[in-house]
Design a protein around this ligand. Structure first.
Ligand SMILES: [Zn+2]
Length: 451
């Protein structure tokens, strides 16, 4: 049983709050049951309950109470009661004032620590066939709050408390943004494949999708992808994706596979291929971003991930591509806490955007704000930033997951998540593969989400 948060954890909490509110804030230990929160703009402090025994638990078997903020005169970011993981009940009232400042009877900072550092994934109750911790096993899903950014909602309340207590303090939460990214698993529908693979793909397109026109052009695409991707290639949607992003003042990030650790699961292309080099040059020329999509087995193999990052940087340097930040996302969303964190850190990457679930959309880390990574085993903060993934197209669309198709119910689900991100001034991070835009319905759906 942990009786207090470590100095490293408290330092991490201070910088999380300072970054979130755009204002220097200091978290300090008080007695064993509380943390204190100070601003340079006031002598009054906020005292917050601390429950480190609960929020350093390496499992998800925690109770979950609910708080009805409106009954106590607080406006919450989202309607309804606010889930409070870690406790069976909450004091009433939750927030009280005294001559020294204010006291909040729930460990908001502990919740942020537990959710953002993915403590419950340290001893996963189950994993799926790719070794991933599934949404269905998470505390958030089991307690019905996976589609709510609850850490941000609690921090929103903390911000409101600060404004009441410290009216002179310059508290500025960030603005809402949208981040679109595209894992490049299949830059071409037929190019880069062996003859056998090509025949199998073409046959399946002819038989199952009954796309005879595509069947006729397939051999041209397969044989003709030498120096550039072909125009009629159904996976070559890069120019269209950049057009859509530019219409909305967004930058698209394209993450490339730069290694092969599993012949069946990884991409058939090499980053050195002239057509991939041309594609990268074009993405860079149009002002969009290039990043890394580490291959299938690298989530537990930092050394190989580092080599793949070096390979991407080398190819980009050869093409004259200079970026001030490098990030990306694990292929198949494979992840192991904290092994994969250290792999990205060792590869000197600025951010990772893997942490969402494949089987359900929503807030795996309880937040839609980017944050500093922290290793709960070594008890230390990293330089790496975590950019949580909120939704991947197939999670919502594909029959093997939610199966909502490409119509109105899928659109509603994406927009409901986007609205939740807007309510907490976070970032709606959406993954849409370049190879998943082969129908007009998919393109319409994707474009509508950026509006
Ligand atoms: Zn992938």
């Amino acid at each position: 049983m942990t009786s207090s948060y470590s100095a490293a954890a408290i330092q991490w909490m201070s910088s999380l709050l300072s970054h979130r509110f755009g204002h220097a804030l200091r978290v300090a230990p008080s007695d064993a049951r509380h943390l204190l929160l100070f601003s340079a703009h006031s002598d009054l402090r906020i005292r917050v309950v601390a429950d480190p025994a609960t929020f350093t638990s390496r499992h998800g078997n925690l109770p979950c109470a609910h708080w009805h903020g409106a009954r106590e005169g607080w406006n919450l970011a989202l309607p309804g009661s606010l889930p409070a993981p870690g406790v069976g009940f909450l004091p009433e009232p939750l927030i009280t004032c005294d001559e020294a400042g204010m006291t909040i009877g729930y460990d908001i900072l502990g919740l942020a620590f537990w959710m953002l550092t993915r403590h419950e994934e340290l001893t996963p109750a189950e994993t799926d066939r790719h070794g991933r911790f599934p949404a269905s096993a998470s505390h958030a899903f089991r307690h019905g709050y996976l589609e709510r950014p609850i850490v941000d909602e609690w921090l929103h309340l903390l911000g409101a408390a600060m404004r009441r207590l410290w009216p002179g303090a310059p508290i500025r939460p960030p603005d809402f943004s949208m981040q679109v990214s595209h894992d490049v698993d299949w830059p071409s529908r037929y190019g880069f494949s062996s003859f056998g693979q090509f025949v199998r793909t073409m046959t399946s397109d002819l038989l199952y999708q009954r796309d005879f026109l595509q069947g006729l052009t397939a051999p041209l695409i397969w044989a003709g992808t030498h120096t550039r991707l072909r125009r009629g290639d159904p996976a070559n949607t890069f120019e269209w994706l950049m057009d859509v992003s530019e219409r909305h003042d967004l930058k698209s990030a394209f993450y490339f596979i730069c290694g092969r650790t599993d012949a069946g699961m990884d991409a058939p292309y090499d980053p050195e291929h002239p057509a991939i080099r041309a594609l990268m040059r074009r993405i860079h020329e149009r002002g969009h971003e290039i990043g890394l999509h580490p291959s299938y087995h690298t989530y537990r193999d930092p050394e190989t991930l580092v080599k793949e990052a070096q390979r991407l940087r080398r190819v980009c340097a050869e093409e004259g591509i200079v970026q001030h930040e490098w990030g990306g996302r694990m292929h198949i969303l494979r992840w192991e806490t904290p092994t994969t964190l250290h792999a990205w850190e060792r590869a000197r990457m600025s951010y990772d955007s893997t942490l969402g679930y494949a089987d359900r959309p929503g807030f795996r880390c309880g937040t839609c704000h980017q944050y500093q990574a922290f290793d709960p085993l070594e008890d230390s903060a990293l330089s790496l930033q975590i950019r949580p993934l909120i939704a991947m197209e197939c999670t919502v669309v594909a029959p093997r997951y939610l199966g909502l198709g490409t119509g109105e119910s899928a659109r509603k689900k994406f927009l409901q998540l986007k609205l939740a991100c807007q309510a907490v001034a976070g970032s709606f991070t959406l993954l849409w593969h370049n190879s998943e835009l082969e129908t007009a319905a998919k393109r319409r759906l994707y474009a509508s989400l950026l509006e």
